[in-house]
Design a protein around this ligand. Structure first.
Ligand SMILES: [Zn+2]
Ligand SMILES: [Zn+2]
Length: 306
């Protein structure tokens, strides 16, 4: 049986769902951000400007009507503080204009601002796809994640954090969450501000019937997508104890499971490969990583029923 992203009807659409424009601290006008991504062959983006009073709590819209290109309304919300005293950064896609801001005037910590738990809960109630962002950059801990119930995803890769401060990954905390029995998916994003070369490094491939915000959001919430820095995953299927991967040409395929368990195969130009996964712990989680010859990776979402 193929994993749901590959079993679902439709086609894969390429998108970046974490981007900033000059309506917050990005360099480009929103429509120019879209043009940059269209020129690179993307199908959709979400411009997620910082949802702060100093920027008038933007839910950024574009003026142009770009053919065959979708923008999902979204924002990067901030409130309160994490256990280490850093401001929360939370990505929410699919918010409506009437979403009540969390009284967060600026990037400075407000002692009386809304709790992150409550803010995330309001986003989920509003129908948003909610993600925790750049966990390595701002030092998100497992204890912090206990306060956030039911976020859909966490960034496994944030290109801007990787380029600018070598804190781009989120793998350790993501797997700790899974090991704790907390199901969550992953996203790779740019977090592009276009102040540096921080675009086109991490994206998601979402399977949907149509390239519109409703269909894309539905697929995102169901986990019907994978994340990438370069390679493509065409299919992952599990039958009995056999896991098969079909992908663009890579040099290494890894199947990771609960705790420190994993399986690994490396050889030139892998396009199809099969693993016997009977040795991995049962009834926990497994996920697939592929690595191409330049070291670029793609990641599946975790699977729990195998
Ligand atoms: Zn952020
Ligand atoms: Zn950001």
């Amino acid at each position: 049986m193929s994993l749901k992203a590959f079993k679902k009807k439709g086609r894969f659409y390429k998108g970046n769902i974490h981007t900033h424009s000059n309506l917050s601290d990005g360099r480009l006008f929103p429509d120019d951000v879209c043009k940059a991504y269209i020129d690179r062959g993307y199908d959709f983006i979400s411009i997620t400007d910082h949802f702060l009073g100093m920027f008038n709590y933007p839910l950024t819209r574009i003026k142009s009507n770009f053919k065959d290109f979708c923008t999902i309304p979204g924002a990067e919300l901030h409130t309160s503080k994490m256990k280490n005293g850093e401001l929360w950064h939370i990505l929410a896609l699919g918010l409506k204009e009437n979403f009540t801001p969390p009284n967060q005037p600026s990037f400075l910590i407000e002692d009386n601002s809304e709790s992150a738990e409550k803010l995330v809960s309001r986003c989920l109630d509003a129908g948003a796809f909610v993600s925790l962002t750049h966990p390595e950059w701002n030092g998100l801990t497992l204890e912090d994640t206990n306060d956030i119930q039911n976020a859909h995803a966490i960034e496994i890769y944030n290109h801007s954090s990787a380029i600018e401060c070598d804190r781009g990954y989120g793998l350790a905390i993501f797997e700790q969450m899974l090991n704790k029995g907390k199901p969550i998916n992953i996203i790779a994003t740019d977090d592009a501000h276009f102040q540096t070369s921080d675009a086109f490094g991490g994206w998601i491939m979402v399977k949907a019937e149509n390239n519109n915000a409703i269909d894309l959001l539905e697929s995102l919430k169901k986990g019907e997508y994978y994340s990438s820095q370069g390679p493509d995953i065409f299919d992952i299927s599990i039958n009995n104890n056999e896991l098969s991967v079909s992908c663009s040409s890579v040099e290494c395929v890894i199947v990771s499971g609960y705790g420190s368990s994993s399986l690994y195969k490396k050889k030139p130009e892998i396009k199809n490969i099969v693993f016997q996964i009977g040795s991995l712990p049962k009834n926990k989680w497994i996920r697939v990583t592929i690595v191409d010859k330049s070291g670029k990776k793609a990641w599946s979402n975790p699977v729990f029923d195998y």
